[in-house]
Design a protein around this ligand. Sequence first.
Ligand SMILES: [Zn+2]
Ligand SMILES: [Zn+2]
Length: 161
Amino acid sequence: MEKIHHPLRTNIGYFFNKPIGFYRDFIVENPEVFIEPDLQLFNLSGHYTFSRTREGLLFQGAFEAEVDSQCNRCLDPFRAKLSTEFEELYVFGSRTQEEFDEEVIPEDGYIDLGKLIRDYLLLDLPINLVCKPDCQGICVECGVNLNRETCEHTDSRIILD
Ligand SMILES: [Zn+2]
Ligand SMILES: [Zn+2]
């Protein structure tokens, strides 16, 4: 299957001529989306608003998605749920503003929300991913998954962390 490279690219050019205070709400529903360079998301959903401000556009969004990952304790693959909520100010552009922590609206009016959503969702990715809070892990002696089986070493088991 060919990858769609910028599925979350959106044109905000038409906001330029809108009065301050003008806003639009958008909804995102995407069962499967790949965000360059490395993030495959499942069940991405969320909503966002663009509001015209004096300096540019204020983006406010909330998103949820799932990523394929592996449990650190039992090593089973599972889908980790991520969620994020953030704001970002897009300013009408001049190069000097890139020194600040603001995004500049490109001249063609297109911005790629994918990069933004990727960066914020990854902040929600825990370092120690576990499939469920009470995951029993694997037996360090014989390697059975203690969520599904027990073994003769159960008393001395060590939960891998
Ligand atoms: Zn687990
Ligand atoms: Zn065992």
